[in-house]
Design a protein around this ligand. Structure first.
Ligand code: GLN
Length: 210
């Protein structure tokens, strides 16, 4: 069951060298940690990347990654650990991939097992590519990224509707696969497991400084 966020500092963002957290309840947590560590090293910054399992760890972060994995499990564990309201009121950056996108949605089509976090006004369809194309790779054109971004999709969701305050960063014929809402970057695919870390660079050097 969800509880209100009772932590005094819950909604206060912490600037500067505050750690980047990776929600470590289920999913590809270690891949997210090492991708962020690589990019932080490349940027010459002194920021720690830490696994996050408790609500009280969230307010002191500069950003929180919500990893790929199984969204039904991640959502169940978010509520079990009373993290829902602290994530929803967190004002730092959010970097959500795949199952993290499902968790971040306002609405998930035909999903009654959980209520998503509503971190952006998007409607998401889970496992949108069916069995035969459960996993595939595609080159995405994203404004400002040259050459195109090589994206890995694994049982990926798709965005079927994005609100007017949500910026669409990338689309494929089937639908929208990358959006930004203020400091929140929400992706259908897994940049943490490809060797292309430009979206992490963009997130740490531009999105977070908004
Ligand atoms: N299909 C999974 C879900 O909806 C997401 C898959 C992934 O994160 N690679 O939870």
């Amino acid at each position: 069951m969800s509880m209100p966020c009772h932590l005094k500092r819950c909604s206060r963002p912490v600037a500067g060298k505050a750690p980047v957290g990776v929600l470590a309840l289920q999913g590809d947590v270690s891949e997210h940690i090492s991708a962020f560590e690589t990019v932080i090293r490349e940027l010459g910054q002194d920021i720690r990347v830490i696994p996050v399992r408790k609500p009280e760890e969230i307010p002191s972060l500069s950003a929180l990654a919500i990893p790929g994995g199984e969204s039904t499990t991640i959502m169940r564990l978010i509520d079990k650990n009373h993290m829902r309201e602290c994530i929803r009121s967190f004002e730092g950056g959010i970097f959500a991939t795949c199952a993290g996108m499902v968790a971040s949605a306002r609405e998930v089509t035909e999903e009654t097992r959980f209520t998503p976090l509503d971190l952006a006004d998007i409607t998401v369809s889970r496992n949108a590519f069916g069995r035969q194309r459960e996993s595939f790779e595609a080159d995405l054109s994203i404004n400002g990224f040259e050459p195109p971004f090589h994206a890995v999709f694994i049982r990926a969701p798709i965005i079927t509707r994005a609100g007017s305050d949500v910026r669409v960063l990338a689309e494929i014929p089937r639908g929208i696969v990358a959006v930004q809402k203020d400091k929140r970057l929400i992706l259908s695919f897994h940049p943490e497991i490809s060797h292309d870390l430009r979206l992490h660079h963009y997130f740490l050097s531009e999105v977070l400084s908004r």
